[in-house]
Design a protein around this ligand. Sequence first.
Ligand code: SAM
Length: 283
Amino acid sequence: MALEGDWFTEVAPGAEMALGLKLRKKLAEERSPYQHIEIYDTESFGRLMVIDGCVMLTSRDNFIYHEMMAHAALFTHANPRRVVIIGGGDCGTLKEVLKHPGVEHVLQVDIDEAVTRLSEKYFPELCESNSDPRAELSFADGVKWIEAADAGSVDVLIVDSTDPVGPAEGLFAEPFYRACRRVLGERGIFVQQSESPLLHTDILTKMHADLSAAGFATTATLSFPQPTYPSGWWSATLAGPNVGEFRQTAATAKRFPTRYYTAAVHQAALARPAFLEDALSES
Ligand code: SAM
């Protein structure tokens, strides 16, 4: 990350490209035991959270990512009641999950309490459901948490983490996926943010291979725009018994508001671009 004049710049490693956001001012900066967190006010994207030099979210476009991370998996499961979010400390995904009236309990396990405390202060709109009695916030390493969790105890597991370096590295590995498969049982649905289809095809193909090796019967990748992430194009990868299909009638008839997710968007996001199809069949 570089601050040039009044611009925040995130250089995508190896891609020789950068995203820039014009800044108004720095609102907060904290070095937690795990990572370096910064919050800025930007000229046109509202507030910006940065962790270790990478954009986590902005006020303006986070709805796309958070809605796709939550609703696609929840409408893929037949009857989601028990949900766990690993990571997700800004609480945007949690807020979306809690829109589902059938959900009885959501446990969020983020390694870094500082992310949630800063989000409560600077992104209150994402944290407005944190006091929902169905929500439980826990601060622990997701890799350790999953090892200790009971088999078959979770319906939907959402991995909303930072990139596969630093504390999140263990969340992109086959042993973690094996533990997720055990905790989800036969019918559970897994979803993980899986980086840019264009820039990180290698991460995506490895994720599909590792999830299959870990015992998930099917995998599918949703792709969607995310203007402030490297390349502007992002993905989430699903795994479970039949993740190419979802409860379309329920998704169409949902009674809660969304700004990006619809049943038609979900269906379209499942379409696999030709280069990704080739990369996945070669791997
Ligand atoms: N939407 C974002 C993205 O794709 O860049 C992710 C946002 S969310 C803030 C990411 C969270 O993952 C952070 O709060 C971080 O603390 C958490 N995290 C990283 N490694 C973790 C681990 N091993 N266990 C639990 N949480 C972890």
